[in-house]
Ligand binder design. Sequence first.
Ligand SMILES: Nc1ncnc2c1ncn2[C@@H]1O[C@H](COP(=O)(O)OP(=O)(O)OP(=O)(O)O)[C@@H](O)[C@H]1O
Ligand SMILES: [Mg+2]
Length: 243
Amino acid sequence: MAVIEVKNFKKSFGSKVIHEDVSFYVKKGECLGLVGGSGTGKSVLLRSLIGLEKPDSGSIEINGIEVSKYKESQWVLLRKKVAYAFQGGALFDSMTVAQNLAYPLREHSHLTSHEMKLRIESQLNDFGLAGTELLYPSEISGGMQKRVGLARAMMLEPEVILYDEPTAGLDPYNTKRIQELILNLKRKGVTAILVTHDMPTAFAVCDKFAFLKDKVIKEQGTPDQLKGKPDSLIQQFIEGNVL
Ligand SMILES: Nc1ncnc2c1ncn2[C@@H]1O[C@H](COP(=O)(O)OP(=O)(O)OP(=O)(O)O)[C@@H](O)[C@H]1O
Ligand SMILES: [Mg+2]
């Protein structure tokens, strides 16, 4: 069964149509690469999956349950299972790394402060961030900030994670570390959507692709079906052709 299924999704802002008719699904443990030019509505689509935007019409099913008409209180519960790693990290600048990681636990769990401390320590280790707990986001590198953002998104051990440009602006070493983190989570059975312009990362971690263009998904397929195929839109996108 699909963990995420979007059918006939439509979204406009005022008179500007962003999505005309978008449908796709992601099965348990799969990673879908959602690709497309800047401004094609990738972030809006991800935001809609956690209730931060409302579709004009169409359905969004998570684990077979229609969620698009959820009330805010229902979205709050769903966001424990469906995490969003924001484009740009969205860390709290006035909080230390440890306080950033503690935030979702304070909001959504009933752990004691000792249990929280242990959970944060283990998460920092898993994400290669040991020793940074008392630092503020401005005191760590961009690559570390990205990892803190992912670590925070994963604090509640969600079933689904939506990555919005997790490697943008990172050097090759940090990009590789993020790829490894995504692959590790995938091995644990986490279902994912990866929005990225970083095609080597997309090909390293995604099982299939959906290419957004002209307000619809113009092309879908597996890496084997698309990579290196001259008539594939994704291949042309990689080569920087005008689409
Ligand atoms: N709250 C909003 N109000 C009005 N227009 C919006 C709003 N949010 C997004 N848009 C518009 O929707 C379009 C899609 O935006 P979105 O951020 O989803 O693009 P994107 O595909 O993620 O681009 P990028 O690759 O640059 O991140 C853009 O034209 C943007 O200006
Ligand atoms: Mg975006």
